[in-house]
Design a protein around this ligand. Structure first.
Ligand SMILES: [Zn+2]
Length: 366
């Protein structure tokens, strides 16, 4: 099988970059439909409108209805047609990006993704997660191309809630371990091929960046400061993790995240927070050396990521309660089968118990 590497065509990150959105958009179209939340419009609408002044392009806004569903995608595709747009822009968070990408694909138009948070690796990918109108997971929509441009204004992200950036670090930290597992097992990645050394190298760089800059970045964002460490972590969370997961593949961490979603009490947790516990569980499955586990756990605790059931909101730790999560993590077609080791619900359940125990011991010792 071939090695496949995919990425957005252009990634631009810098302080105050939002004010250049119009200029960049004019390279791709004459009239952009900008999908944004009402709150996002209040915060960034003026600046986005100003950014189009003096360019050859214009922008019309539409408010996102809150769910990346087929109903919403069709509504926006009709709007694109009605007002004759030739470009789609998504400003905000994950579901807005996924909707903008799906609408652009539907109408065969270019798409620009402009995140205002760094909580997941969704912006760069050629993937939309589709939900029902009620918000239940429906399907993955694999798109033929990645966004034409991902634009990150680090001033905006440095002012976003610290918990979201930390959750983004949790999502990003899984990248290297999952890519490494896929490389070892020869698995097929989300990009549709085998893991090459480029994707594996980017995933490792993502890990190294988070280990060296993560704690500093967390403290800076808490103080509302945009520093070099914050810039590096934003790049790790968005670009390195985005490319790393798509061309490097997913394995245990994300499958265990998906398993945890069957537990009602975890619903309030961020994606990256649940993925973090998934990473810890994956390392138990791999039986990595104690030093590797210890180093990573200390980092997780220092940046404020959950490492125990309790921190995920799980108080009932009985076998009856946890087993359905392990079973869901081992569903047919799950990425957990990309792991280079034997996988059964029983093995995963035991690994979750051990992950919680290691997490507790490190948290108590620090
Ligand atoms: Zn993720």
């Amino acid at each position: 099988m071939a090695t496949v590497f995919i990425s957005p065509s252009r990634y631009i990150q810098g302080a105050g970059e939002l004010k250049n959105l119009g200029k960049y958009a004019a390279n791709f179209g004459k009239k952009a439909l900008c999908l944004i939340s009402p709150g996002g419009y209040k915060r960034q609408g003026d600046e986005i409108e100003r950014s189009f002044v003096g360019t050859d392009a214009e922008v019309v806004f539409d408010y996102f209805n809150g769910e990346c569903s087929m109903t919403e995608i069709h509504r926006l595709s009709a709007k694109v047609k009605d007002v004759s747009c030739d470009l789609v822009i998504g400003v905000g968070g994950g579901k807005i990006f996924d909707t903008a990408k799906a609408v652009a694909h539907d109408m065969k138009l270019p798409v620009i993704i402009c995140p205002t948070i760094a909580s997941t690796d969704a912006p760069c990918s050629a993937l939309s997660v589709i939900y029902t109108d009620e918000g239940v997971f429906q399907e993955y929509l694999f798109l033929p191309s990645n966004p034409q441009l991902v634009l990150m204004d680090t001033d905006v992200i440095a002012k976003s809630p610290v918990r979201l950036t930390v959750a983004g670090m949790g999502d990003a930290m899984a990248t290297y371990f999952e890519a490494r597992a896929c490389y070892q097992s020869g698995a097929t990645t989300c990009a549709g091929g085998k893991v090459g050394v480029a994707a594996l190298g980017i995933a490792k760089l993502c890990y190294d960046t988070l280990i060296s800059e993560g704690v500093k970045a967390k403290m800076a964002v808490e103080a509302g400061a945009r520093t070099a460490a914050v810039e590096k972590v934003i790049e790790a969370n968005t670009l390195l993790s985005g490319i790393g997961f798509e061309s490097g593949g997913l394995a245990g961490a994300h499958a265990i995240h998906n398993g945890l979603t069957v537990l009602e009490e975890c619903h309030h947790m961020q994606h990256g927070e649940k993925v973090n516990f998934g990473t810890l569980t994956q390392l138990v499955l791999e039986n990595v050396p104690e030093e590797e586990l210890q180093e990573l756990l200390e980092w997780m605790v220092a940046v404020g990521l959950p490492v125990t059931f309790e921190e995920l909101g799980i108080t009932d730790t009985s076998r009856d309660h946890l087993m359905p999560a392990a079973v869901a993590a081992c569903a047919k077609n799950e990425t957990i089968y990309n792991m280079p080791c034997e996988i059964t619900p029983e093995i995963v359940y035991n690994a979750m118990l051990a992950a919680d125990a290691y997490g507790k011991s490190v948290r108590e010792a620090l």
